[in-house]
Design a protein around this ligand. Structure first.
Ligand SMILES: Cc1cc2nc3c(=O)[nH]c(=O)nc-3n(C[C@H](O)[C@H](O)[C@H](O)COP(=O)(O)O)c2cc1C
Length: 352
């Protein structure tokens, strides 16, 4: 059984996480896996109240359910089972069952974030419907797509407000640059953060990137509109896609954020199977959470206004009358990414 549990965990940890922070550890028993959040892994302004980490845990849990099923186990999940242990995100009990195939299994290890521009061609309606149906199998979660080129452009511009704020805010700027692994060697050693090659920077940015780590220089360049220039370039890349997608849930409490992560992972695995690429574009959504959850003092008035405007724009284009948008992403057919992020070995201890 221990072998099976390790197999399940090792597949599960291929899940996406903000800045590849992989905020998890595991305690295992005979037929149980307790999944713990590790808040120290991400204390950033993008992870207010651990919202981003809960989404990542959702993806991890979904990977577990899929892989357990194909190994002849059904996984029953209890989210946040002990109020005395807030970091215990889920207890999973495995029970032997008839072996079941799941076509999403093979995509777990293949799924990756692709930050290259994609083709702008429309995707067949059946493909979008299949993606939405796969993700809606998680209770309460709903996926929607926007395919109108003007709306895609408007969403791309709204999402790129993240870069205007990130490169003009000392805390966010430092956070981003401190999480870059500049060489393959560094990436292999650390196995978390952004491997610079996965950022798919255009050639001029590749040259300047190390210099931009210097905040006084960045601050000076911003006086000449530099952050806006970066955002403009990124907006073009974000608009290079077939559709923008959103995952919405009834509200943004921790249970629903996990549901959003599960739903998104299903959609991403299905997209991978179809040969489609995905890039989450969540900066504005998570910065909005920072502002509305007591961290507004970390931003200038101008930055707050920009984030609020961009958020409003996103909510107007993706209209969910009775749900809240938890995640935003672009989807399309693109060349293979230049590199993949590596994962840390799973931290597993035995329950006493
Ligand atoms: C909650 C969440 C938010 C994310 N937001 C972004 C984002 O705004 N932009 C982006 O390029 N990637 C985003 N990502 C992707 C992560 O950076 C990526 O999963 C991580 O670096 C690991 O790489 P992988 O997906 O290739 O395994 C997000 C992932 C998660 C789970």
């Amino acid at each position: 059984m221990e072998n099976i549990i390790e197999k399940i965990i090792n597949l599960a940890i291929q899940a996406p996480s903000g800045e590849n922070c992989q905020p998890w550890r595991f305690e295992i028993g005979n037929n149980e896996i307790d999944i713990y959040n590790v808040p120290e892994r991400d204390q950033s302004l993008y992870n207010t109240n651990q919202a981003g980490s809960y989404v990542a845990h959702g993806a991890l849990v979904e990977n577990m359910i899929i892989s357990a099923k194909t190994l002849s186990y059904s996984a029953s999940i209890t989210l946040f089972p002990k109020s005395s242990e807030p970091d215990l995100v889920a207890s999973i009990t495995l029970r032997q069952s008839a072996p079941q195939e799941d076509s999403l299994l093979d995509s777990i290890a293949k799924r990756t974030t692709n930050r290259k521009p994609y083709m702008k061609t429309q995707l067949p309606t059946e493909q979008l419907e299949r993606l939405a149906a796969t993700s809606s199998q998680v209770d309460g979660a709903k996926a929607e797509f926007v395919t109108d080129p003007d709306k895609i452009k408007a969403l791309a511009e709204a999402c790129s407000v993240n870069e205007i704020v990130m490169f003009s805010n000392n805390t966010l700027h430092n956070f981003f640059f401190n999480h870059i692994n500049w060489t393959q060697e560094e990436e292999t050693k650390k196995r978390f953060g952004f491997y610079v090659k996965t950022l798919e920077l255009p050639p001029p940015a590749q040259l300047g990137m190390k210099m931009f780590k210097n905040w006084p220089l960045m601050n000076l360049l911003n006086k000449f509109g530099f952050a806006k220039l970066i955002a403009k370039g990124n907006a073009k890349i974000y608009a290079a896609c077939s559709a923008m997608g959103a995952i919405a849930v009834p509200d943004n409490d921790k249970n629903n954020l996990i549901a959003a992560g599960r739903s998104f992972q299903r959609l991403w695995l299905q997209a991978t199977q179809m040969g489609l690429s995905i890039q989450p574009l969540t900066g504005v959504l998570f910065l909005m959470k920072a502002i509305t959850n007591g961290r507004a003092s970390k931003f200038s008035d101008k930055q707050i206004e920009l984030i609020k405007q961009a958020y409003k724009q996103i909510c107007e284009i993706f209209y969910f009358p009775d749900k809240k948008i938890a995640l935003l992403f672009r989807i399309g057919r693109g060349d293979n990414p230049s590199a993949h992020s590596l994962k840390l070995p799973a931290k597993i201890t035995k329950k006493i």
